[in-house]
Design a binder for this molecule. Sequence first.
Ligand code: GCU
Length: 674
Amino acid sequence: LSGWLRYAPLPSSVSWPYIPHNIVVLNTTKTSPVYTAGQELQRGIQSILGQDCYVSSDSTHESIIVGTLDAYVNAYGNLSQTVDLKEDGFWLSTEGNTVQILGQNERGTLYGAFEYLSMLAQGNFSSVAYASNPDAPIRWVNQWDNLDGSIERGFGGASIFFANGSIVDDLTRVAEYARLLASVGINAIVVNNVNANSTILTPDNINGLGRIADTMRPYGVQIGLSLYFASPTQGVKGQANLTTFDPLDSEVVTWWTNVTSQIYDAIPDMAGYLVKANSEGQPGPITYNRTLAEGANLFAKAVQPYGGIVMFRAFVYNQLNESDWKADRANAAVDFFKPLDGEFDDNVVVQIKYGPIDFQVREPASPLFANLRKTSMAVELQVSQEYLGQQTHLVYLPPLWETVLGFDMRVDNETSLVRNILAGRTFERSLGGYAAVVNVGTNQTWLGSHLSMANFYAYGKLAWDPTQDTTKIHEDWTRLTFGLDQNVIDTITQMAVESWPAYENYSGNLGIQTLTDILYTHFGPNPQSQDNNGWGQWTRADHDTIGMDRTVSNGTGFSGTYPPQIAAMYENISTTPDDLLLWFHHVPYTQRLKSGKTVIQHFYDAHYAGAETAQTFAARWQSLRGKIDDQRFDEQLYRLKYQAGHSIIWRDAIVDFYHNISGIADDHNRVGNH
Ligand code: GCU
């Protein structure tokens, strides 16, 4: 249950210097994250080092001092050095026999305490003194929980928040979740599904949400809500019932103003709303011929007096006709949002999936990031492995996320990394950042699989500092989760590093997306499900050719939605990287890659290579028997064995499909003969 916050006792081989016994807490209000920080330090030091500490408000010479920087300065005067703290940042000093953990604000203080405890738990007693600041102000998670207790694309059990249409009574797990979130710097959570339901807005449920917020507040985690755009017409119990949800109708404005005021009565620090509108059958402003900006601003104005924000999703697209060569779902976000740049209120943040389609194993960075200069933006990542094996496959996602966060859009022919755009630096925005769909559930492992928790941990770490090395993050996570044995750390981390490339190899190569079933389960191979429907995740595979022509010269024009240097790169086959070839170009199966192989031979080889890698995982894990407790060892082994078998199913389904359709033999004579 404790995930990476196990605080396992250090092995006797580790020795450590003097750690103060006195924890001075500069705020003793029980709901304050500063108070939580004191409790957490006491608990962590006792568990990791076996040392009892007492919490007091008196300072002796040798203490662990925990509080906001302001409170510290009030009590003790200025620090000897100047520290530059941004919102939510902290100062951590372990120099001498005093530890200083000083936050820019209360939650920053708690983040500093977790950082210190993470050092101790990893046996790191080095003397440090530094300020740590988050790269971006928005570091949220989204849960896709329904009020009936089910979770859309959740693979770790039922909701910890909801059951039977309302908020559960026992919020113990919610507090535990908040603790995990705070420990990696997450400052807000949207608790209900983006495919929202108006019943979240009954007075009873608003009260229940108040209890959730009360539970998470001591961890500095604010809550936000997903809204159903047509709620005013839904006959929500306890609220007025209207005949319209037109965002410019004054009754509708009043309706949302009233509901928002009820919500802020129950949750004075509510973070804001998340809105999915006019997408996948959801109602929205376009229903009334209003713009998406007018829809977003309706909510922005309602939360503005309370300091709330609106996360407005860019995942808006229509069903398309595949017989139209130029139709392209990938164009939808730029088509819908670019014309609205500058029309969103200041407290609106457009939340953009990392790629133009939908959480696929490989996608180019969404061009929308480069097309909104006067609009705040956040990226939407997915920890929940919807198309990526649903937590039955080991897939360590941060290397995938890095391909987007570190991508240089070349806006105005200058360096413009996506992560700098998100932080607001490129276009000088004060808001922006990160959201990830996490979908933990009641399962004891949270996500259904022990190793998947590395994705959750790394998400928080990268949202705080996207320049961190993803392998190093995984090593830290492994140390915290499975202990200090170097062989355990190296083995698990090496498997993680190989896992996304392996999954890409056996599930979808060269930018063809994830060839999983897209019609029903989003699980397992189903390459034919991509085509002959209106969803626009097409491969356009026929007997001779494959891939989407997204060029300006002959295709959908998508490549032209990037700034000129990037557009030019993707426009031409010769400059398009192999791993996105079929995303941007429609080519014969015999097209040569930069590697010298043909497309079809690459498909065959990659599938065999990927499945082969996946089949090593169980054996590598087995080499750790006895170094990991039996329960976690067995549970994970079961999953890795499943993955080994399923990777072969993937391999054979895909290579057979393309062998049949192309009629081209495998150079190594494997396909058709297995
Ligand atoms: C995916 C997912 C849906 C989800 C949608 C969204 O298509 O399969 O379950 O509702 O994304 O992000 O809105």
